[in-house]
Design a protein around this ligand. Structure first.
Ligand code: ATP
Ligand code: LTN
Length: 336
């Protein structure tokens, strides 16, 4: 059996970038009976940037419901909230003490995100990768499905795991990232130099998984393109249309080459109109299921089921880690 572990922040509503870059792989990995999967909503990570309490609650429930609506199955996988398993915070602290300032300073996500908070950078943004390392290591993950932007964090996790193993004896599996070949970095619809991100202030830059068809249409038709009209994949010269072609390909299963053939001689307008249909067709059934889940009142129970599975693994790891580090264990945890 292989362990699979991943998470998404409840810092906004999931975008098509999250869906293409991560959820599609979650599903593929879940459907392999050789894998045991843990998928979490990382609400403790979400608060590394300021969150309104009411919004955080709503977004956390929405992200969890979207996992299920996308086909992540509560019986096959453990789906849970990070804050329901306190070992995450504990392991995050331990990883924090194991890490060096220099290696955290090199993280590109920290460099990007801290720019938005010039005057007072939240220290949680700086130590974010150590909390994330704890997430993976608690479950002894073999495979971590993520988008391209998280690769550096997983490399750091591997270093921290090796450091721990060397200092305290063999404890952690060394996790590997699984990044899709196509769609690992979906770009903003308004600025092809920026990653599509759910916390972007420019709403036109992203499409969420719960956007209505008319909103999807507006955002795609207004997406920036170059001044030409040839539907041709060229990331350097034509980054905007290439991004839209990537989205089309990932959601329809049609290869980039075949998309080029299909739209040979046609203009951007015709391509964009079809892309609207492709996106709406993909998200409509998910949105229908999402509504049913939100209305059924079963979400909290499904998350409880996930938390129990997560606890069983995470609590064992944290005890082992603490014992190896020389912590005095409470009397009811002492081995007979
Ligand atoms: P935030 O804007 O709050 O930083 P985000 O939209 O970048 O959030 P995360 O919760 O940080 O999303 O990421 C969840 C998962 O989705 C990660 O595996 C991440 O790599 C992937 N992901 C996020 N954005 C994209 C994107 N534009 N293209 C492909 N994958 C993405
Ligand atoms: N940092 C990740 C979210 C995340 C994660 C994880 C992903 C937190 N913990 C563990 C994989 C495994 C992000 O996407 N920004």
């Amino acid at each position: 059996m292989k362990r699979v572990m991943s998470g998404m922040q409840s810092s906004g509503t999931l975008t098509m970038g999250n869906y293409i870059g991560a959820i599609l792989n979650y599903k593929k990995l879940q459907d392999d009976p050789e894998n045991e999967c843990f998928f979490t909503v990382v609400d403790l990570h979400a608060i590394t940037t300021p969150q309104d309490p009411k919004l955080l609650k709503e977004q956390t429930e929405a992200v969890a419901a979207l996992y299920f609506a996308s086909g992540i199955d509560a019986d096959k996988s453990a789906v849970f909230l990070q804050s329901h398993v306190p070992a995450h915070a504990e392991m995050g602290w331990i990883m924090n003490t194991l890490s060096y300032m220099g290696e955290l300073e090199r993280m590109t996500q920290f460099k990007d995100k801290s720019q938005k908070h010039q005057e007072s950078i939240p220290s949680g943004l700086f130590t974010y990768p150590t909390l994330m390392a704890g997430d993976m290591l608690l479950y002894q993950a073999d495979i971590v499905p993520v988008g391209e932007d998280q690769k550096q964090h997983i490399e750091l996790t591997r270093d921290l795991a090796q450091r721990f193993n060397q200092r305290y004896g063999e404890t952690f599996k060394i996790p590997s990232s699984e990044i899709p070949e196509v769609g690992a970095r979906i770009m903003s619809l308004q600025d092809a130099k920026k990653k599509m991100s759910k916390s972007d202030e420019n709403q036109g830059g992203f499409i969420t998984m719960v956007d209505e068809p008319n909103v999807i249409k507006k955002k795609i038709m207004r997406a920036t393109t170059d001044s030409g009209n040839e539907v041709r994949f060229d990331k350097e010269e034509k980054p905007e249309i290439s991004n839209l072609m990537t989205i089309y390909s990932c959601l329809s299963g049609i290869s980039i080459k075949d998309i080029e053939k299909k739209y040979d001689g046609l203009m951007y307008g015709a391509f964009k109109k079809d892309l609207v249909d492709v996106v709406v067709e993909q998200f409509s059934p998910i949105q229908q299921k999402y509504k049913e889940i939100r209305e059924s009142g079963s979400l909290y129970h499904m998350l409880q089921q996930g938390a129990e599975k997560a606890h069983a693994v995470a609590d064992r790891t944290i005890e082992d880690v603490k014992e190896k580090m020389g912590f005095v264990l409470p009397v009811n945890k002492l081995k007979k």
